[in-house]
Design a protein around this ligand. Structure first.
Ligand code: FDA
Length: 506
């Protein structure tokens, strides 16, 4: 890699951006390591043996993104694009072939237009920055995206993006009305100039196969001035298994103003005498007041035993803090913090459930979970508007027919333990096979899992990529490959799970 020549190329092509700041960190730069590590979320990819980029570009202007792409092509290096760095498999900052990172951390403005109920948000903004900006302008507007405030909108929105109000308003990507992207030729395109095929593909197909999305125009959604959060915890000794069994039939049918997910974890008793057990926390959000939600839940889900004292009224932005595990005394300003307070090593997987899982099978799942004290599951109910949006409206195909999604997660503290925990996660996934979606066994692309299959080189065939592609995208996979072939025929934007390019014979 001829760094000097790359830097000359970059300054030549980015001249018009009037950039005064230093937008490139090379390996000799004192800021290189801290910049590289700043938004790495999964410690599995922070170790010294992980391949590192030749340099990191932190553009402040689209012309610098263009320069990064044009010069990378000229110098034969790949580009990895990073917004919030939350990719579960580190694809935004690790590559086995020589590469640079385009990190959008300095392009993160949010412009909220209250009258038009829309906003332009730059790719490097975090969800926390977006939610905070909306709350500063309006108490009755929100946006349906994820719960973790440090996620970047670049990766999140291009891969779908669900959160506590998605049963009413759909995914983040369902609420995008325009986007700006720099394509493989360095062209800066918006919805009109990129065309409807590419605009369709980047709303759920992931951005990394197509270019660098540096801004989204999103529709904001109405939220009431008062919402209610509630929580009921049960262990399996408190009939948790039966209540969860019932939840499977209820949660996806509740009216779309109610979100009621289940977070399942291992409880280690403090006495040391009792055995580990399983706790199930049913956590809910209702877009309205306690007096409305209480009878609704009592009638449709009496087994939960929801009491008034388990419910709290608050503003929508406070509910964002609540689901991000901040205390209610915190100022919404904490949402502006771009680094997560604690990071760990982790492996995650996802599944979709179409039929309730029996209590016996759940008991088997608990037995498996109890083996791993730092494992947990999040069960997210679908239904509501998610069942009304057609499967081909965007690349995200998991709509009608899904009762809920499972996220499996295991975390640990040191690199030596990695194999053991990853193997355990694979066993858990095998155990669940009979109880979840089949043909294909579907998965959520934003919960990236390279066990599902990976491209080993830039010439991966359609058949090879189908192995993972059909799981994430089902029948939308073929259209995504066609859009990829048209927009990036040389497969410059390649990664381990990017779409393949069809050969001329198709
Ligand atoms: P990152 O920067 O790592 O990018 C992810 C992928 O998108 C990479 O392939 C990258 O190259 C590409 N990309 C990023 N920016 C791009 C851009 N501007 N243009 C083109 N391509 C780009 N999901 C969810 O739906 N709901 C939730 O509540 C949560 N919660 C959650 C919590 C935590 C702690 C983690 C680690 C993850 C989640 N997620 C989630 C998953 C999350 O939505 C997913 O990891 C997103 O892809 C993260 O987007 P980032 O920009 O942060 O990641």
């Amino acid at each position: 890699f001829d760094q000097v020549s790359f830097l000359q190329c970059f300054s030549l092509h980015s001249l018009q951006s009037n950039s005064t700041s230093k937008t490139i960190a090379t390996r000799n730069d004192p800021t290189y390591i801290s910049l590289l590590q700043s938004s790495i979320q999964n410690l599995r990819f922070l170790n010294t043996s992980s391949p590192k980029p030749q340099l990191i570009v932190t553009p402040i202007h689209p012309l610098e993104i263009r320069a990064a792409i044009v010069c990378s092509r000229k110098h034969g290096v790949h580009v990895r694009v990073r917004s919030g760095g939350h990719d579960y498999e580190g694809l935004s900052y690790v590559s086995r072939i020589p590469f640079i990172i385009v990190d959008l951390r300095n392009m993160r403005s949010v412009e909220v237009d209250v009258e038009k109920e829309s906003a332009w948000v730059e790719g490097g903004a975090t969800l926390g920055e977006l939610y905070f900006a909306i709350s500063q302008k309006s108490k009755v507007l929100g946006f349906p995206a994820g719960s973790c405030p440090t996620i970047g909108v670049g990766g999140h929105v291009s891969g779908g993006g669900f959160g506590t109000i998605f049963r009413k308003y759909g995914l983040a990507s369902d609420n995008v009305i325009d986007a700006k992207i720099v394509d493989v030729n360095g062209k800066i395109l918006d919805r009109k100039s990129m065309g409807e095929d590419l605009f369709w593909a980047i709303r759920g197909g992931g951005g990394a196969s197509f270019g660098v999305i540096f801004a989204w125009k999103i529709m904001l959604v109405p939220v009431p001035p008062t919402v209610t959060v509630f929580e009921v915890g049960k262990t399996i000794e408190e009939n948790g298994t039966m209540i969860l069994y019932k939840w499977q039939n209820v949660a996806h049918k509740l009216q779309e103003d109610i979100f009621l997910h289940a977070v399942i974890g291992v409880v280690i008793p403090s006495s040391g005498l009792a055995n580990n057990t399983i706790s199930i926390s049913f956590e809910g959000l209702y877009l309205g007041k306690i007096e409305k939600v209480l009878p609704l839940i009592r009638e449709s889900f009496p087994e939960l035993g929801l009491k008034r004292e388990s419910c709290t009224e608050m503003s929508w932005i406070q509910s964002v803090l609540y689901f991000a595990r901040y205390s209610q005394d915190e100022s919404p300003r904490v949402l502006l913090n771009r680094t997560q307070s604690s990071k760990s090593f982790y492996k995650a997987k996802s599944d979709y459930v179409m039929k309730p899982i029996s209590e016996t099978a759940l008991q088997g799942l608990w037995n498996k979970l109890i083996e791993e004290e730092t494992s947990y599951l999040i069960l997210t109910p679908y239904g509501g508007v998610m069942s009304q949006i057609s499967k081909s409206e965007t690349p995200f195909p998991h709509r009608r027919g899904n009762k809920y999604k499972i996220q499996y997660m295991v975390t640990w503290d040191s690199e030596e333990e990695s194999n053991e925990h990853i193997n355990w996660m694979r066993e858990l996934y095998d155990y669940m096979a009979p109880y979840v979606s089949r043909f294909p066994r579907a998965a959520y692309m934003n919960y990236r899992d390279l066990d599902l299959g990976r491209n080993t080189n830039v010439n991966t065939s359609y058949a090879e990529a189908s192995v993972w592609g059909l799981k994430y995208f089902k029948s939308n996979f073929r259209r995504l490959v066609k859009v990829k072939t048209a927009s990036d025929p040389t497969n410059f934007f390649w990664n381990e799970q990017s779409f393949p390019v069809l050969s001329p014979r198709g």
